[in-house]
Design a binder for this molecule. Structure first.
Ligand code: SAM
Ligand code: DTB
Ligand code: SF4
Length: 368
Protein backbone atom coordinates (compact mmCIF):
# COMPACT_ATOMS: atom_id res chain seq x y z
CA UNK A 1 0.00 0.00 0.00
CA UNK A 2 1.23 3.46 -0.82
CA UNK A 3 1.46 5.81 2.16
CA UNK A 4 -0.39 8.98 1.25
CA UNK A 5 -0.52 10.62 4.68
CA UNK A 6 2.37 13.10 4.62
CA UNK A 7 2.36 16.73 3.47
CA UNK A 8 3.02 17.21 -0.26
CA UNK A 9 6.31 18.88 -1.20
CA UNK A 10 5.74 22.09 -3.19
CA UNK A 11 6.91 22.08 -6.79
CA UNK A 12 9.29 25.05 -6.31
CA UNK A 13 11.29 22.99 -3.80
CA UNK A 14 12.64 20.98 -6.74
CA UNK A 15 13.79 23.88 -8.93
CA UNK A 16 17.39 22.61 -8.78
CA UNK A 17 16.25 19.08 -9.58
CA UNK A 18 18.71 18.58 -12.43
CA UNK A 19 21.83 19.25 -10.32
CA UNK A 20 20.92 18.36 -6.74
CA UNK A 21 21.85 15.02 -5.19
CA UNK A 22 18.62 13.15 -4.69
CA UNK A 23 18.02 10.73 -1.82
CA UNK A 24 15.68 7.75 -1.74
CA UNK A 25 13.77 9.37 1.15
CA UNK A 26 13.09 12.49 -0.94
CA UNK A 27 12.03 10.41 -3.92
CA UNK A 28 9.73 8.27 -1.77
CA UNK A 29 8.14 11.39 -0.28
CA UNK A 30 7.40 12.69 -3.78
CA UNK A 31 6.15 9.31 -4.98
CA UNK A 32 3.76 8.95 -2.03
CA UNK A 33 2.23 12.43 -2.28
CA UNK A 34 -1.59 12.33 -2.62
CA UNK A 35 -2.11 11.48 -6.27
CA UNK A 36 -3.83 14.62 -7.53
CA UNK A 37 -1.31 16.89 -5.82
CA UNK A 38 1.50 14.77 -7.23
CA UNK A 39 0.14 14.98 -10.77
CA UNK A 40 -0.45 18.72 -10.39
CA UNK A 41 3.17 19.29 -9.30
CA UNK A 42 4.44 17.14 -12.12
CA UNK A 43 2.30 18.99 -14.66
CA UNK A 44 3.53 22.41 -13.42
CA UNK A 45 7.15 21.23 -13.77
CA UNK A 46 6.36 19.68 -17.13
CA UNK A 47 5.01 22.98 -18.48
CA UNK A 48 8.05 24.89 -17.23
CA UNK A 49 10.34 22.61 -19.21
CA UNK A 50 8.51 21.24 -22.24
CA UNK A 51 6.13 22.20 -24.99
CA UNK A 52 2.69 21.31 -23.58
CA UNK A 53 0.26 19.16 -25.56
CA UNK A 54 3.08 17.58 -27.50
CA UNK A 55 4.18 13.96 -27.56
CA UNK A 56 7.33 12.49 -29.05
CA UNK A 57 6.69 9.47 -31.29
CA UNK A 58 9.48 6.88 -31.43
CA UNK A 59 9.14 3.72 -33.52
CA UNK A 60 10.94 0.55 -32.44
CA UNK A 61 12.27 -2.24 -34.63
CA UNK A 62 13.99 -5.43 -33.57
CA UNK A 63 16.81 -5.80 -36.11
CA UNK A 64 18.14 -8.98 -34.47
CA UNK A 65 15.54 -10.98 -32.58
CA UNK A 66 15.96 -13.76 -30.03
CA UNK A 67 18.71 -16.16 -29.03
CA UNK A 68 20.18 -13.78 -26.44
CA UNK A 69 22.65 -15.34 -23.96
CA UNK A 70 21.57 -13.07 -21.08
CA UNK A 71 19.07 -14.28 -18.45
CA UNK A 72 16.91 -11.16 -17.90
CA UNK A 73 13.84 -12.71 -16.21
CA UNK A 74 11.38 -10.47 -18.04
CA UNK A 75 12.68 -11.03 -21.54
CA UNK A 76 11.13 -13.31 -24.17
CA UNK A 77 14.35 -13.04 -26.24
CA UNK A 78 16.58 -14.81 -23.73
CA UNK A 79 17.74 -18.23 -24.98
CA UNK A 80 17.53 -19.48 -21.38
CA UNK A 81 13.73 -19.54 -21.48
CA UNK A 82 11.27 -21.50 -23.57
CA UNK A 83 9.15 -18.75 -25.13
CA UNK A 84 7.49 -18.36 -28.52
CA UNK A 85 10.38 -16.11 -29.62
CA UNK A 86 13.21 -17.99 -31.34
CA UNK A 87 16.54 -16.80 -32.72
CA UNK A 88 16.03 -15.10 -36.08
CA UNK A 89 18.47 -13.85 -38.71
CA UNK A 90 19.53 -10.24 -38.58
CA UNK A 91 17.53 -7.93 -40.84
CA UNK A 92 19.24 -6.38 -43.87
CA UNK A 93 19.91 -2.66 -44.12
CA UNK A 94 17.26 -2.40 -46.85
CA UNK A 95 14.62 -4.15 -44.72
CA UNK A 96 15.33 -1.79 -41.84
CA UNK A 97 15.26 1.33 -43.99
CA UNK A 98 11.97 0.31 -45.52
CA UNK A 99 10.48 0.06 -41.98
CA UNK A 100 12.07 3.39 -41.10
CA UNK A 101 10.46 5.04 -44.15
CA UNK A 102 7.08 3.63 -43.11
CA UNK A 103 7.59 4.97 -39.57
CA UNK A 104 8.40 8.41 -40.97
CA UNK A 105 5.28 8.33 -43.13
CA UNK A 106 3.20 7.42 -40.07
CA UNK A 107 4.65 10.44 -38.25
CA UNK A 108 7.47 9.15 -36.06
CA UNK A 109 10.43 11.48 -35.50
CA UNK A 110 12.69 8.85 -33.93
CA UNK A 111 13.56 5.33 -35.07
CA UNK A 112 15.00 2.94 -32.49
CA UNK A 113 16.76 -0.27 -33.52
CA UNK A 114 17.11 -3.09 -30.99
CA UNK A 115 19.28 -6.21 -30.99
CA UNK A 116 19.03 -9.18 -28.62
CA UNK A 117 22.73 -9.01 -27.81
CA UNK A 118 24.58 -9.13 -24.51
CA UNK A 119 27.14 -6.75 -26.00
CA UNK A 120 28.30 -5.36 -29.29
CA UNK A 121 31.10 -7.29 -30.97
CA UNK A 122 33.22 -5.86 -33.78
CA UNK A 123 32.43 -7.62 -37.07
CA UNK A 124 29.91 -7.77 -39.90
CA UNK A 125 26.83 -7.54 -37.66
CA UNK A 126 28.02 -4.33 -36.02
CA UNK A 127 29.16 -2.97 -39.41
CA UNK A 128 25.59 -3.53 -40.59
CA UNK A 129 24.13 -1.66 -37.62
CA UNK A 130 26.45 1.25 -38.44
CA UNK A 131 25.05 1.27 -42.01
CA UNK A 132 21.49 1.15 -40.62
CA UNK A 133 22.21 4.21 -38.45
CA UNK A 134 23.62 6.14 -41.42
CA UNK A 135 20.58 5.21 -43.51
CA UNK A 136 18.08 6.23 -40.83
CA UNK A 137 19.84 9.61 -40.52
CA UNK A 138 19.65 10.05 -44.30
CA UNK A 139 15.87 9.69 -44.00
CA UNK A 140 15.82 12.66 -41.63
CA UNK A 141 14.84 10.63 -38.59
CA UNK A 142 16.55 10.68 -35.21
CA UNK A 143 18.40 7.41 -34.77
CA UNK A 144 18.48 5.39 -31.56
CA UNK A 145 20.00 1.96 -30.88
CA UNK A 146 19.75 -0.54 -28.06
CA UNK A 147 22.36 -3.24 -28.58
CA UNK A 148 23.51 -4.23 -25.09
CA UNK A 149 26.91 -3.35 -23.63
CA UNK A 150 29.24 -1.04 -25.57
CA UNK A 151 32.86 -0.01 -25.08
CA UNK A 152 34.14 3.51 -25.72
CA UNK A 153 35.37 2.91 -29.26
CA UNK A 154 32.12 1.22 -30.31
CA UNK A 155 30.16 4.14 -28.89
CA UNK A 156 32.41 6.51 -30.85
CA UNK A 157 31.79 4.55 -34.06
CA UNK A 158 28.04 4.86 -33.57
CA UNK A 159 28.40 8.57 -32.84
CA UNK A 160 30.43 9.03 -36.04
CA UNK A 161 27.65 7.25 -37.97
CA UNK A 162 25.22 9.89 -36.67
CA UNK A 163 23.58 8.06 -33.76
CA UNK A 164 21.52 10.49 -31.64
CA UNK A 165 20.52 8.29 -28.70
CA UNK A 166 21.46 5.00 -27.06
CA UNK A 167 18.93 3.08 -24.94
CA UNK A 168 20.36 1.05 -22.09
CA UNK A 169 18.01 0.55 -19.15
CA UNK A 170 18.96 0.17 -15.51
CA UNK A 171 15.67 -1.73 -15.29
CA UNK A 172 15.42 -1.60 -11.47
CA UNK A 173 17.32 -0.66 -8.30
CA UNK A 174 20.86 -1.86 -7.57
CA UNK A 175 19.39 -3.87 -4.66
CA UNK A 176 16.75 -5.70 -6.72
CA UNK A 177 18.90 -6.10 -9.85
CA UNK A 178 20.31 -9.52 -8.89
CA UNK A 179 16.80 -10.94 -8.44
CA UNK A 180 16.04 -10.18 -12.09
CA UNK A 181 19.35 -10.67 -13.94
CA UNK A 182 22.36 -12.78 -12.98
CA UNK A 183 24.48 -12.70 -16.14
CA UNK A 184 25.58 -9.05 -15.75
CA UNK A 185 25.68 -6.44 -13.02
CA UNK A 186 24.19 -3.04 -12.33
CA UNK A 187 27.75 -1.64 -12.59
CA UNK A 188 28.10 -3.14 -16.11
CA UNK A 189 25.01 -1.11 -17.06
CA UNK A 190 26.44 2.08 -15.56
CA UNK A 191 29.75 1.55 -17.41
CA UNK A 192 28.02 1.35 -20.79
CA UNK A 193 26.02 4.48 -20.01
CA UNK A 194 29.32 6.27 -19.22
CA UNK A 195 30.76 5.16 -22.56
CA UNK A 196 27.66 6.43 -24.37
CA UNK A 197 27.84 9.78 -22.57
CA UNK A 198 31.57 10.19 -23.25
CA UNK A 199 30.98 9.66 -26.98
CA UNK A 200 28.46 12.52 -26.95
CA UNK A 201 25.45 10.31 -27.70
CA UNK A 202 22.19 11.11 -25.89
CA UNK A 203 21.45 8.80 -22.98
CA UNK A 204 18.12 6.94 -22.83
CA UNK A 205 17.79 4.91 -19.66
CA UNK A 206 14.88 3.82 -17.52
CA UNK A 207 13.33 0.62 -16.32
CA UNK A 208 10.43 -1.71 -15.73
CA UNK A 209 7.84 -1.74 -12.97
CA UNK A 210 5.77 -4.78 -12.03
CA UNK A 211 8.54 -7.37 -11.64
CA UNK A 212 7.86 -7.93 -7.93
CA UNK A 213 10.03 -5.03 -6.75
CA UNK A 214 9.07 -2.71 -3.89
CA UNK A 215 8.16 0.95 -4.39
CA UNK A 216 11.51 1.67 -2.74
CA UNK A 217 13.28 -0.12 -5.63
CA UNK A 218 11.36 1.88 -8.21
CA UNK A 219 12.32 5.21 -6.71
CA UNK A 220 15.90 4.05 -5.96
CA UNK A 221 16.27 3.45 -9.69
CA UNK A 222 14.99 6.97 -10.37
CA UNK A 223 17.50 8.31 -7.80
CA UNK A 224 20.40 6.63 -9.65
CA UNK A 225 19.19 8.11 -12.94
CA UNK A 226 18.49 11.58 -11.52
CA UNK A 227 21.92 11.74 -9.85
CA UNK A 228 23.70 11.19 -13.16
CA UNK A 229 25.52 14.21 -14.45
CA UNK A 230 23.99 15.23 -16.75
CA UNK A 231 20.65 13.54 -16.18
CA UNK A 232 19.49 11.16 -18.96
CA UNK A 233 17.87 12.79 -21.98
CA UNK A 234 15.15 10.12 -22.09
CA UNK A 235 13.68 7.93 -19.38
CA UNK A 236 11.51 5.05 -20.59
CA UNK A 237 9.11 3.71 -17.98
CA UNK A 238 7.97 0.22 -18.97
CA UNK A 239 5.39 -1.89 -17.20
CA UNK A 240 6.23 -5.57 -17.38
CA UNK A 241 4.79 -7.40 -20.37
CA UNK A 242 4.49 -10.81 -18.70
CA UNK A 243 5.44 -13.21 -21.47
CA UNK A 244 4.68 -16.93 -21.28
CA UNK A 245 7.79 -19.02 -20.72
CA UNK A 246 9.73 -16.28 -18.87
CA UNK A 247 10.26 -16.57 -15.10
CA UNK A 248 8.00 -13.53 -14.66
CA UNK A 249 5.12 -14.94 -16.72
CA UNK A 250 2.73 -15.04 -13.73
CA UNK A 251 3.40 -11.55 -12.34
CA UNK A 252 0.24 -9.61 -11.50
CA UNK A 253 -0.17 -6.57 -13.74
CA UNK A 254 0.75 -3.21 -12.21
CA UNK A 255 -2.14 -0.93 -11.32
CA UNK A 256 -2.24 2.02 -13.72
CA UNK A 257 -2.22 4.53 -10.83
CA UNK A 258 1.13 3.11 -9.72
CA UNK A 259 2.42 3.80 -13.21
CA UNK A 260 1.10 7.37 -12.98
CA UNK A 261 2.97 7.82 -9.69
CA UNK A 262 6.19 6.50 -11.21
CA UNK A 263 5.91 8.81 -14.21
CA UNK A 264 5.11 11.86 -12.09
CA UNK A 265 8.07 11.12 -9.81
CA UNK A 266 10.38 10.77 -12.81
CA UNK A 267 9.07 14.06 -14.22
CA UNK A 268 9.63 15.95 -10.96
CA UNK A 269 13.12 14.52 -10.42
CA UNK A 270 14.24 14.89 -14.05
CA UNK A 271 12.37 17.96 -15.31
CA UNK A 272 14.13 18.21 -18.66
CA UNK A 273 14.12 14.54 -19.67
CA UNK A 274 11.68 12.99 -22.09
CA UNK A 275 9.69 10.59 -19.95
CA UNK A 276 8.47 7.79 -22.19
CA UNK A 277 5.31 5.84 -21.45
CA UNK A 278 6.78 2.61 -22.83
CA UNK A 279 5.90 -1.10 -22.81
CA UNK A 280 2.51 -2.06 -21.41
CA UNK A 281 0.25 0.48 -23.18
CA UNK A 282 -2.00 -2.19 -24.72
CA UNK A 283 -3.35 -2.84 -21.21
CA UNK A 284 -4.13 0.84 -20.58
CA UNK A 285 -7.39 2.56 -21.42
CA UNK A 286 -6.76 5.83 -23.19
CA UNK A 287 -7.91 7.74 -20.10
CA UNK A 288 -5.10 6.04 -18.15
CA UNK A 289 -2.63 6.99 -20.87
CA UNK A 290 -3.84 10.59 -20.79
CA UNK A 291 -3.41 10.61 -17.01
CA UNK A 292 0.20 9.52 -17.65
CA UNK A 293 0.60 12.49 -20.02
CA UNK A 294 -0.88 14.75 -17.31
CA UNK A 295 1.76 13.33 -14.97
CA UNK A 296 4.53 14.40 -17.34
CA UNK A 297 4.99 11.60 -19.86
CA UNK A 298 5.76 13.17 -23.24
CA UNK A 299 6.93 10.31 -25.40
CA UNK A 300 5.57 6.95 -26.56
CA UNK A 301 6.61 4.01 -28.69
CA UNK A 302 4.54 4.34 -31.82
CA UNK A 303 3.89 1.39 -34.15
CA UNK A 304 1.99 -1.85 -33.79
CA UNK A 305 4.93 -3.78 -32.31
CA UNK A 306 7.50 -3.10 -29.60
CA UNK A 307 10.38 -5.54 -30.14
CA UNK A 308 8.51 -8.85 -30.03
CA UNK A 309 5.23 -7.99 -28.27
CA UNK A 310 2.23 -5.92 -29.42
CA UNK A 311 1.83 -2.16 -29.00
CA UNK A 312 -1.36 -0.19 -29.78
CA UNK A 313 -2.22 0.17 -33.48
CA UNK A 314 -1.02 3.36 -35.16
CA UNK A 315 -4.59 4.38 -35.99
CA UNK A 316 -5.66 3.88 -32.39
CA UNK A 317 -2.81 6.09 -31.15
CA UNK A 318 -3.46 8.68 -33.84
CA UNK A 319 -7.11 8.83 -32.73
CA UNK A 320 -6.16 9.17 -29.06
CA UNK A 321 -3.73 11.99 -29.78
CA UNK A 322 -6.21 13.73 -32.08
CA UNK A 323 -9.09 13.48 -29.61
CA UNK A 324 -6.91 14.89 -26.84
CA UNK A 325 -5.58 17.67 -29.08
CA UNK A 326 -2.02 16.39 -28.72
CA UNK A 327 0.44 16.84 -31.56
CA UNK A 328 3.55 14.91 -32.55
CA UNK A 329 6.76 16.55 -31.43
CA UNK A 330 9.01 17.86 -34.15
CA UNK A 331 12.54 16.55 -33.88
CA UNK A 332 14.41 17.67 -30.80
CA UNK A 333 17.29 18.36 -33.20
CA UNK A 334 15.29 20.80 -35.39
CA UNK A 335 16.39 19.39 -38.67
CA UNK A 336 14.31 20.62 -41.63
CA UNK A 337 13.83 17.12 -43.05
CA UNK A 338 12.50 15.96 -39.68
CA UNK A 339 10.04 18.84 -39.66
CA UNK A 340 8.76 17.29 -42.86
CA UNK A 341 8.18 14.03 -40.99
CA UNK A 342 6.19 15.65 -38.24
CA UNK A 343 4.18 17.53 -40.83
CA UNK A 344 3.36 14.02 -42.02
CA UNK A 345 2.21 13.19 -38.49
CA UNK A 346 0.00 16.26 -38.30
CA UNK A 347 -1.39 15.24 -41.66
CA UNK A 348 -2.02 11.69 -40.43
CA UNK A 349 -3.90 12.87 -37.33
CA UNK A 350 -5.94 15.46 -39.19
CA UNK A 351 -7.17 12.85 -41.66
CA UNK A 352 -7.66 10.08 -39.16
CA UNK A 353 -11.32 9.06 -39.06
CA UNK A 354 -12.48 11.35 -41.91
CA UNK A 355 -14.37 10.07 -44.95
CA UNK A 356 -13.99 10.89 -48.62
CA UNK A 357 -11.75 10.17 -51.60
CA UNK A 358 -8.13 9.21 -51.08
CA UNK A 359 -5.83 12.08 -50.23
CA UNK A 360 -3.44 13.08 -53.02
CA UNK A 361 -0.67 14.03 -50.58
CA UNK A 362 -0.04 10.70 -48.96
CA UNK A 363 -2.29 8.09 -50.60
CA UNK A 364 -3.03 6.76 -47.14
CA UNK A 365 -5.97 8.75 -45.90
CA UNK A 366 -9.24 10.02 -47.24
CA UNK A 367 -9.24 13.76 -47.96
CA UNK A 368 -10.74 15.85 -45.14
N1 SAM B 1 19.66 -6.47 -25.40
C1 SAM B 1 19.70 -5.10 -25.14
C2 SAM B 1 19.63 -4.76 -23.67
O1 SAM B 1 19.19 -5.55 -22.90
O2 SAM B 1 20.01 -3.64 -23.34
C3 SAM B 1 18.64 -4.30 -25.88
C4 SAM B 1 17.23 -4.82 -26.00
S1 SAM B 1 16.35 -5.06 -24.47
C5 SAM B 1 14.96 -6.00 -25.03
C6 SAM B 1 15.77 -3.45 -24.05
C7 SAM B 1 14.89 -3.28 -22.85
O3 SAM B 1 13.58 -3.75 -23.12
C8 SAM B 1 15.26 -3.99 -21.58
O4 SAM B 1 16.29 -3.37 -20.87
C9 SAM B 1 13.95 -3.90 -20.80
O5 SAM B 1 13.89 -2.72 -20.05
C10 SAM B 1 12.90 -3.85 -21.91
N2 SAM B 1 12.08 -5.08 -21.91
C11 SAM B 1 12.43 -6.28 -22.40
N3 SAM B 1 11.45 -7.19 -22.21
C12 SAM B 1 10.45 -6.54 -21.56
C13 SAM B 1 9.18 -6.94 -21.08
N4 SAM B 1 8.75 -8.20 -21.18
N5 SAM B 1 8.40 -6.02 -20.47
C14 SAM B 1 8.82 -4.73 -20.35
N6 SAM B 1 10.03 -4.31 -20.80
C15 SAM B 1 10.84 -5.19 -21.38
C1 DTB C 1 12.51 0.32 -23.60
O1 DTB C 1 12.68 0.88 -22.50
N1 DTB C 1 11.46 -0.41 -23.92
C2 DTB C 1 11.58 -0.94 -25.26
C3 DTB C 1 12.89 -0.28 -25.76
N2 DTB C 1 13.38 0.39 -24.60
C4 DTB C 1 13.90 -1.08 -26.44
C5 DTB C 1 11.49 -2.41 -25.35
C6 DTB C 1 10.23 -2.98 -24.75
C7 DTB C 1 10.24 -4.44 -25.03
C8 DTB C 1 8.98 -5.12 -24.59
C9 DTB C 1 9.01 -6.59 -24.85
C10 DTB C 1 9.15 -6.96 -26.29
O2 DTB C 1 8.44 -6.40 -27.16
O3 DTB C 1 9.93 -7.87 -26.59
FE1 SF4 D 1 19.03 -10.10 -24.00
FE2 SF4 D 1 18.35 -7.53 -23.77
FE3 SF4 D 1 16.51 -9.50 -23.53
FE4 SF4 D 1 18.32 -9.17 -21.61
S1 SF4 D 1 16.74 -7.67 -22.23
S2 SF4 D 1 17.71 -11.14 -22.54
S3 SF4 D 1 20.10 -8.53 -22.80
S4 SF4 D 1 17.63 -8.96 -25.35
Amino acid sequence: MTDTTHTPTPAHAHSDATTKTWTVAEALAIHNTPLLSLVHQAQVIHRENHQPDTVQLATLLSVKTGGCPEDCSYCPQSSKYDTAVGAERMLSVDEVLSKARAARTAGASRFCMGAAWREVKEGPAFDRVVEMVKGVKTLGLEACCTLGMLDESQAQRLKDAGLDMYNHNLDTSREFYGSVIQTRTFDDRLRTLDNVRKAGIGVCSGGIIGMGERVRDRVAMLVTLANMSPQPDSVPINTLVAVEGTPLEAQEPVDSLELVRMIATARIMMPKAFVRLSAGRTRLAREAQLFCFMAGANSIFYGEKLLTTPNPEVDEDAAMLRDAGLTALKSVHHDASIEASSTAAAHHFAHEGSDGPTCGTCDLHPTA
